[in-house]
Design a protein around this ligand. Structure first.
Ligand SMILES: *Cc1c(COP(=O)(O)O)cnc(C)c1O
Length: 376
């Protein structure tokens, strides 16, 4: 049995080494390292996979969120609503741009934005909502989009953890996550479901004017060479990463299916352990299992982690401190916020290894390791 890891990018690479190496070699031969043909090809392939009009590649997922907020013309003092229960990048860029992050709670079943909490957070200063499709499960987009329409708000989907996930509207129409709001943002960080061999990110939109603006902002606000119309940044996806992503995009559905099968194995293995809450899937969403996150009910989490560690089973806490309690937003400043679900989930969540290269023996070892903790 191979050593168990949270992600196994090495063996995933080895399985597609020939194709990837050839694709990288193509970029080296072309010597077109920035914005080369591989970048154009990848953007087009991703747009057709997602069924979205425009894909704008950029340097990473955090930049993607920042560029989205810049393109929407958000101004200092504007309020942007995001869940507290997410990776820090979502809220960090809000603060970086001088906007005001407004933290809302999540749903205890899907771990995505809670609709009541969202409604209660809207003020005359609210300008945008940033739902996060956390762990690979879609946020309740029909409700979020309706609230946005009623209140004239922008919606930026943080799709960094859910590329390939499908959301079905009440009328039966299905769309890929990241393509329903005004803008979708994603990351190609190596451990993401569609991961590069370095940093990368992209923006999605069906709005041509927004697409042009984001393209401009990602390239120093440039409209024509050396003519800079707006303040932008330098955020590029390099050609080598795009060449790798071109190959991996073709495998994305099978990769997500492999993750799904790991999740089914775990769901089945833990079904009888009453102290474990396995991840639920709402009827409106598929699940691409960026993470397989369980809740440990009435369990000493430190002991559980130690027990698994002794058996060479890694696990991770995503995330040990919720956004609203991070020091960057002011120590003690947000402690009064009423985010009961976020505060209750943080001490009990635990994510188990899930990736595309898991072996049957590894899964069995993890299942028996978890069970032995509960003497199950
Ligand atoms: C990974 C991630 C990001 C940031 O992506 P980077 O490419 O690391 O900058 C943003 N939001 C969420 C939810 C993420 O998981």
């Amino acid at each position: 049995m191979r050593k168990i890891q949270m992600v196994d990018t090495k063996n995933q690479y080895l399985a597609i080494k020939k194709e990837v190496d050839e694709s990288i070699q193509g970029v080296l031969d072309s010597a077109s390292y920035i914005n080369g043909k591989a970048v154009q090809d990848f953007s087009q392939s991703l747009a057709s996979y997602l069924q979205v009009s425009h894909v704008i590649p950029c340097a990473n997922g955090t930049d993607a969120l920042q560029i989205a907020m810049m393109a929407l013309g958000l101004q200092p003092g504007d309020e942007v609503i995001t869940p507290s229960f997410t990776y820090i990048a979502t809220t960090e860029v809000v603060a970086l741009l001088g906007l005001t992050p407004v933290f809302v709670d999540v749903d205890p079943v899907t771990y995505c934005m809670d609709i009541t909490s969202l409604k209660n957070a809207i003020t005359p200063k609210t300008k945008a909502i940033v739902p996060v499709h956390l762990y690979g499960h879609a946020a309740p987009m029909a409700e979020i989009l309706q609230i946005a329409r009623e209140n004239n708000l922008f919606v930026i989907e943080d799709n960094a953890q859910a590329i390939g996930c499908d959301y079905t509207f009440p009328n039966g129409e299905t769309k890929k996550t990241g393509t329903m709001g005004h803008i979708g943002a994603t990351s190609f960080y190596p451990s993401k479901n569609l991961g590069a061999f370095g940093d990368g990110g992209a923006l999605f939109t069906n709005d041509k004017a927004l697409a042009d603006k984001m393209t401009m902002i990602a390239n120093h606000g440039q409209s024509a060479r050396y003519y800079h119309d707006v303040v932008g940044c330098n955020s590029r996806l390099d050609s080598i990463q795009a060449a790798i992503l071109n190959i991996k995009l073709q495998k994305l559905d099978s990769y997500n299916h492999a993750r799904f099968q790991v999740a089914q194995f775990y769901n089945h293995a833990f079904a009888d352990i009453k102290q474990i809450v396995t991840p639920a899937v709402n009827k409106y969403s598929t699940h691409v299992y960026h993470q397989y996150t369980i809740q440990l009910v009435g369990v000493d989490r430190e002991k559980f982690i130690k027990h698994l560690g002794d058996l060479d089973i890694p696990c991770m806490i995503y995330y040990p401190v919720p956004g609203h309690l991070q020091k960057m937003f002011g120590e003690g400043k947000n402690e009064h916020l009423h985010l009961p679900v976020t505060n209750a989930l943080t001490p009990v969540v635990c994510s188990l290894p899930i990736h595309t290269e898991m072996e049957e023996a590894q899964l069995k070892h993890i299942a028996s390791g978890v069970k032995s903790f509960f003497n199950a």
